[in-house]
Design a protein around this ligand. Structure first.
Ligand code: IPE
Ligand code: IPE
Ligand code: MG
Length: 250
């Protein structure tokens, strides 16, 4: 594993990594267990991903933990996920502090159970001075809902004469998204072999590199993150320019 870390160019790491943590249910089923067993075994992968990102100097990591569409799952599973979230956040607080992890959240947080909201707000407050890495949990998050919410808030400002319609630009929109305090995503990783975005950070991933792996989320370890980073570093991000233009600037 240290070999993999050594192959990484630390001057070219993604600043913001977003992960769609998928495959918990299949991981559990493969062991003849209930889906919730998979969610319970996802914590090691979360720790490894965050520690790996921190090792290489990535400043932002965003984890898709619960989507707006996930509310449509059986109530038993939704309830289990919510209580798992509360217990995990509480349990991990000392480690967040020790590793200087700042916790952040994006999504329609008002929709979460009051208890979850309370614990989340508390953890965000407790860790706000940490500066090594920002760990954002996407909870009750949907990119389309986020955009609708942004449009409503921008429209209110226009109606109240606080904002001139001609001043609306990409920056204004960015500032009204849940991710207003986060940079664009550089690398998006999805586990479990599914190759789709599932309503995650559509605006923010406009120019992200996408990486898909067959690994099921509970099996994800640092070395899998490093594989993704090595793959990312072998790509050329052109942002619309030509390859020759990129070579000159390097
Ligand atoms: C991802 O694993 C976790 C959440 C969506 C909360 P899944 O629960 O989607 O697992 P699969 O895709 O059914 O295997
Ligand atoms: C996406 O996973 C949401 C999270 C990982 C939280 P899903 O497993 O819900 O996605 P789809 O519905 O299969 O695309
Ligand atoms: Mg899934």
């Amino acid at each position: 594993m240290s070999n993999k870390l050594q192959s990484i160019n630390l001057n070219k790491v993604p600043n913001h990594i977003a992960i769609i943590m998928d495959g918990n249910g299949r991981w559990a089923k493969g062991r003849g267990m209930q889906r919730v067993f998979g969610h319970k075994n996802a914590l090691t992968a979360v720790r490894e991903a965050v520690a790996g990102a921190s090792d290489i100097g990535t400043k932002y990591i965003t984890l898709y933990a619960f989507s707006t569409e996930n509310w449509n799952r059986p109530k038993l599973e939704v309830d289990a996920l919510m209580s798992l979230l509360v217990s995990t956040l509480k349990k991990e607080l000392p480690s967040f502090q020790e590793n200087e992890i700042k916790i952040n959240s994006i999504g329609n947080i008002d929709q979460l159970p009051k208890k979850t909201q309370k614990v989340l707000t508390n953890i965000i407050e407790e860790t706000k001075k940490n500066t090594k890495i920002t760990l954002t949990f996407a909870l009750s998050y949907g990119s389309r809902e986020e955009i609708v919410n942004a449009i409503k808030n921008i429209s209110k400002k226009v109606v109240n004469n606080e904002l001139d319609i001609e001043k609306i630009d990409e920056n204004i929109i960015n500032n009204h998204l849940y991710t207003f305090n986060l940079p664009d995503v550089d690398l998006m990783i999805r586990t479990s072999g599914e190759q789709r975005i599932s309503n995650f950070l559509l605006w923010q991933m406009a120019y992200a590199e996408l990486y898909f792996t067959e690994i099921l989320w509970p099996d994800f370890r640092k070395e899998n993150l490093f594989d993704a980073i090595i793959d990312y570093q072998n790509r050329e991000r052109r942002f619309g320019k030509t390859s020759e233009q990129i070579d000159i600037n390097e």
